[in-house]
Design a protein around this ligand. Structure first.
Ligand code: IMP
Length: 425
């Protein structure tokens, strides 16, 4: 398989984990390029359910090499927990899981500050973060005070921990939050460093060498395009670039070595956390999608906000990421809907808008312009070939792809591996 970037096209939770799991058979190496344990990939394989927050789901496939790239903010304690969980299932990550020495670490004080920051925000300013310390860690990275994975190998690591705990405690005090004990933190991270040492590597070099040797690489994003720090609904976004551009800066693989981009998109829309969602359904239809789609966060368990498919968002994602192929997920969740609405454009102050506005004031005045299609009212999750889908289901899928651009490569009609219809991917 050619070198591929895989991204979420909406607000995350598009079902990337499952698509990655399917594509993994075709690649040698899978690398995560941004985010941290705010993500949650759920994979159901051979009747077992695995929820992974940091480690690429490729780890569930024997012999595949998995990388946590430099763009990821890596919580060492979460990583240890995940490695231990996998060992419990007789999956041994050692020797095929590598963490970039340049990846920044989410430390306990970053998590404490994330929670305290969010608690202090007024109701309308709350972002609804996952509380996993993601924002404060990227802040530390950009302000050049962060701790990188490679620092765990340095003689000054524990002095730096003491320094950082003292600084964080001063901030936490002002925020009325509990301080941390420096000795305890040193003990925790000493143990973590001992455990993780064998997994630390210069993964940019590994990727370049593997690419040169003709191996194929899948770069996987977490979250989604609309949560991108630059292109999402700022400030209601995450602190990294889940879009295709982030794949290269987040792994060190050159843009010239990328062959194609796969966008994962749900057949309707969801969002978890605060911020605009133009096609949101706050009624029985939205509740029905949530229940049938199991739309509850894999990381925080929060109910996801649900809405109709938004083709303005899809088009924008296609443009920002340069999507070649779409993997469309969760079509089966719409099986019971008699009528389906598709947002084809927005109306704002009497004008039709086809592109996603950057200004949240403008966005708040945008009303979706809907087109309606008849539902197929039959079960799709048993279908194994695209051609066997009800005609109305195919018409819906093809209309969505026509509206957003790109080609359909995968269609998923259920949570299990077997419910993935392949169309050229
Ligand atoms: P943070 O990434 O924890 O700082 O949260 C920022 C925003 O991104 C919040 O609205 C979160 O709900 C959202 N978010 C973060 N990670 C995910 C994810 O994996 N799926 C969906 N939303 C996410």
């Amino acid at each position: 398989m050619p070198n591929t970037i895989l991204v979420g096209a909406q607000w995350g939770d598009e079902g990337k984990g499952k698509v990655i799991d399917v594509l993994t058979n075709q690649v040698d190496i899978i690398a995560r390029f941004q985010g941290g344990s705010n993500a949650g990939h759920t994979v159901i394989a051979e009747g077992k359910k695995y929820v992974l927050h940091l480690i690429p789901s490729g780890i569930l496939h024997e012999g595949k090499v998995c990388i946590i790239g430099n763009g990821v903010v890596m919580n060492p304690l979460d990583l240890i927990e995940e490695i231990s969980m996998l060992r419990g299932y007789a999956i041994v990550p050692a020797g095929r899981l590598f963490v970039s020495c340049r990846s920044h670490m989410v430390m306990n004080w970053h998590r404490a500050i994330d929670k305290a920051d969010e608690a202090l925000r007024s109701a309308e300013k709350k972002i609804g973060t996952t509380g996993r310390g993601i924002g404060p860690t990227y802040c530390a990275k950009v302000s050049r005070t962060g701790l990188r994975v490679g620092d765990m190998l340095s003689a000054t690591f524990f002095d730096r921990i003491r320094e950082q705990v003292a600084e964080a405690n001063a901030r936490l005090k002002v925020m009325n939050a509990e301080p941390l004990d420096a000795d305890e933190q040193v003990r925790i991270y000493k143990e973590a460093a001992d455990f993780l040492r064998p997994y630390i590597a210069d993964t940019a070099v590994m990727l370049a060498e593997a690419d040169k040797a003709g191996k194929s690489i899948l770069l996987e994003g977490a979250q989604g395009t609309m949560l991108d720090i630059d292109f999402g609904t700022y400030p209601f976004v995450t602190s990294s670039n889940p879009t295709a551009g982030g794949a290269c800066t987040g792994t060190g693989l050159s843009p010239r070595r990328i062959d194609r981009v796969v966008g994962v998109i749900k057949a309707y829309t969801t969002r978890v956390g605060a911020g605009p969602l133009p096609t949101e359904l706050e009624d029985a239809i939205g509740e029905g999608l949530r229940q049938r789609g199991g739309e509850f966060g894999a990381t925080t368990g929060r109910p996801r906000r649900c809405g109709w498919f938004d083709a303005v968002v899809g088009r924008y994602s296609c443009m920002i990421n340069g999507v070649d192929f779409w993997a469309m997920t969760k079509l089966d969740v719409l099986d019971a809907e008699p009528v389906l609405k598709i947002c084809v454009a927005y109306e704002c102050d009497g004008k039709r808008i086809e592109t996603f506005p950057s200004d949240l004031d403008i966005l708040s005045r945008c009303k979706p312009i809907y087109e309606e299609m008849p539902g197929w009212l039959s079960e799709t999750s048993k279908v194994t070939h695209y051609e066997d889908l009800p005609v109305k289901a195919r018409a819906y899928v093809e209309r969505l792809v026509h509206l957003i651009g790109g080609r359909l490569g995968v269609l998923s009609v259920g949570p299990a591996r077997e419910t993935t219809l392949r169309l050229g991917l």
